[in-house]
Write a protein that binds this ligand. Structure first.
Ligand SMILES: [Fe+2]
Length: 186
């Protein structure tokens, strides 16, 4: 019987892939199918991963990071009717759906980037991402996430670096203000 693909196997593959290239397109192309495999196998999933921070509406449960905070892997749990505002990550991101449908809205900046803490976003497309579906973004990619279902949803997130240790922003669509974005991690 074939051995299942474990979190340890995944982390070893992340180290090999990121050690071989700095090209984010290449990293995402190679990490994506492996993240999908992790999302479908679920051998890493624990009951506590369903817990969500009621203030923030979601919680990032850390599964792995390197000592320098690179190659960070999380399962993120999302409360019904909640989500994350438009944000970037300050690194590459590969997200695979684990349980439930998460609404992903992708944005692009359309301002000239000359005003500090000011950004104008335009919606590019919306996607309902379910089990095994992939959302991939290079550094600078912007999206928002909503759980419009009636149950907690889960997704499996891999980043080039832990997202509380990168320089990144959340964006206010009403005021066009951008500010730091730190998340609740357990
Ligand atoms: Fe994100």
């Amino acid at each position: 019987m074939a051995e299942s693909y474990s979190l340890e196997n995944y982390v070893q593959d992340l180290r090999r892939i990121s050690g071989n290239t700095d090209d984010e397109d290449e990293i995402i192309r190679r990490v994506g199918p492996l993240a999908q495999q992790m999302a479908l196998e679920k051998n890493w999933l624990q009951r506590r991963h369903y817990e969500c921070d009621t203030g923030q509406g979601f919680t990032a449960h850390l599964l792995h990071e390197e000592p320098d905070h690179t190659l960070a892997v999380f399962v993120v749990s999302w409360l019904p009717g909640r989500g994350a505002p438009p944000h970037d990550h300050g690194t590459w991101a590969v997200v695979a759906g684990v349980e439930g449908i998460e609404n992903n809205l992708r944005y692009q900046r359309v301002d000239d980037r000359t005003r500090a803490a000011h950004a104008v976003l335009e919606l590019k497309h919306a996607l309902d991402a379910g089990e095994g579906d992939l959302i991939c973004m290079k550094t600078g990619g912007i999206h928002a996430v909503r759980n419009e279902t009636e149950r907690v949803t889960l997704s499996f997130h891999t980043y080039g670096k832990h997202i509380n240790f990168t320089e990144r922003s959340q964006f206010d669509l009403e005021t066009n203000q951008m500010k730091d974005f730190k998340v609740v991690v357990q």
